[in-house]
Design a protein around this ligand. Sequence first.
Ligand SMILES: Cc1cc2nc3c(=O)[nH]c(=O)nc-3n(C[C@H](O)[C@H](O)[C@H](O)COP(=O)(O)O)c2cc1C
Length: 153
Amino acid sequence: MNILVIYQSLAHGNTEKIAKVIASNLNAQISKIGEIKSIDLLKFDILGFGSGIFFGNFHSSILELIDKMENFSGKKAFFFSTSGMRNIRIFHNFNKKIRNKLLEKGFEIIGEFSCRGYDNYGLLKIIGGINKGRPNEKDLLKAEKFAQNLKKL
Ligand SMILES: Cc1cc2nc3c(=O)[nH]c(=O)nc-3n(C[C@H](O)[C@H](O)[C@H](O)COP(=O)(O)O)c2cc1C
């Protein structure tokens, strides 16, 4: 299986930690979003997309990349994120947009992963931020398990 993990990690490098664990467990190629221009995405069987959550969504660079992509029917995708808050479906469903965009492009979605990441945006600075030290060892282990489960599919 030819797998590529594409990620953006702007705020604290939180998502990069998760991206690296997932990619190494899947023996996948890994690229930060700015590096993928020269890569033929169609040569991969599975694409993974990851970023922090910004104002309730995956980073715009990830969403815009998916918008620009052609039809990927027959290919598989998974996505992952780090965020200050947990995904709460009814009022803060940050997976919805990326999931719909991937489905529109014809992908079969084979997995979704999310964990907390250090967040000191805005007023959180006053208290020194939340989720200090995260993703932590436990989070990385969960990411490893997520990747191992993808392998079984
Ligand atoms: C400008 C900004 C907006 C953010 N918006 C949200 C948000 O809407 N929901 C949330 O749970 N976390 C939010 N966060 C926290 C980030 O998602 C979190 O710190 C994430 O782990 C950053 O990942 P990165 O270091 O890989 O970029 C925000 C952070 C920043 C800097």
